[in-house]
Design a protein around this ligand. Structure first.
Ligand SMILES: NC(=O)c1ccc[n+]([C@@H]2O[C@H](COP(=O)([O-])OP(=O)(O)OC[C@H]3O[C@@H](n4cnc5c(N)ncnc54)[C@H](OP(=O)(O)O)[C@@H]3O)[C@@H](O)[C@H]2O)c1
Length: 280
């Protein structure tokens, strides 16, 4: 990965942090984004302690603010030249409905709309830097999702898990539409499921007692964040996946997602609606 520049969102902890550490250890220049700048600096320092030669640059990026996404992208494009890998990793699962300063339901914005905007803002640079790769961290949980285009902001009733799984379906549909738009450009787009990983996901705030109990019981069986990062790292760095695009990966292998995630009409519609919502 020497000479490659990688951007990873939500990389101050969990799967993102381990992805950042591994790619930095391979010699990549890693832009580690975090919504809290202090957490970003601490994470970068952690990686440097592990790998003294690591080239890690922490940058602030709060996906719950579309203005932040725009200013981050502008700053990144100005500060750095070629961009070879974008990992849309950040994600939330929230027990209670909230809205962002932009007026969208928070999970929908952080997990889908903001990465959609960020990717589009960086697309020209990724194209110019090809071969380059876009990686979207989705989830097997997408299989339980139902995409309701009439209620993307979950105004008609909110259940944290239901909203979360829907955004993970959005991640795969977005990847599919993106890959088809990027065919022949030297930029690939893939989605993945990291496994069930012991991280902070879903634990901030008041997720259901059922979920919390489930985590307690299954905790010892969950993957470590380092293991959970393996498929992302593979997609970001392996020569074996050069040119592979529009696929969904689990345990470093392409897998078939649910048929609702291969619905090209839904993927196109989601693209159009998202573009309209973020003003692209
Ligand atoms: N853990 C699993 O079992 C599992 C399974 C399937 C898929 N995934 C996916 O894996 C990805 C990484 O999750 P994880 O398990 O590593 O969870 P995590 O430890 O909670 O990490 C999530 C990251 O996203 C960041 N984030 C949250 N809200 C943000 C915002 N508004 N703006 C920018 N960043 C924000 C978090 O920042 P803070 O530290 O500041 O909160 C953190 O850095 C997610 O997309 C998740 O859906 C995880």
């Amino acid at each position: 990965m020497k000479g490659r520049t990688v951007v990873i969102t939500g990389a101050n902890t969990g799967i993102g942090l381990e992805t950042a550490a591994a790619l930095a250890a391979m010699g990549a220049r890693v832009v580690l984004t975090a919504r809290d700048p202090l957490k970003g600096s601490v994470a970068a320092e952690k990686i440097r302690r592990r790998y003294p030669d690591a080239n890690v640059i922490p940058m602030e990026l709060d996906l719950a603010r579309l203005g932040d996404v725009r200013s981050f992208a502008a700053d990144l494009l100005e500060r750095f030249g070629a961009l070879h890998v974008l990992v849309n990793n950040a994600g939330v699962m929230l027990g209670r409905r909230s809205t962002t300063v932009d007026g969208f339901e928070t999970t929908f914005q952080v997990n889908h709309l903001a990465p959609f905007l960020l990717t589009n803002l960086l697309l020209d640079r990724l194209r110019a830097s090809g071969p380059s790769r876009i990686i979207n961290v989705a989830s097997e949980a997408h299989r339980a999702a139902r995409l309701d285009f009439d209620d993307l902001n979950s105004e008609r009733g909110y259940r944290g898990m239901r909203v979360y799984v829907r955004t993970k379906l959005c991640n795969i549909l977005f990847t599919r539409a993106l890959a088809s738009r990027l065919l022949g450009t030297g930029v690939t787009a893939n989605a993945l499921h990291p496994g069930t990983v012991r991280t902070a996901l879903g634990r901030d705030g008041d997720t259901s007692a059922f979920f919390t109990l489930g985590i307690k019981i299954t905790g010892p069986l969950l993957l470590s964040p380092a293991r959970g990062a393996r498929t992302t790292i593979h997609l970001a760095s392996s020569p074996d996946v050069e040119g592979r695009t529009g696929e969904y990966w689990i345990r470093r292998r392409p897998r078939k997602p649910a048929s609702k995630a291969t619905d090209d009409e839904a993927a196109r519609r989601l693209w159009d609606v998202s573009a309209q919502l973020v003003g692209r």
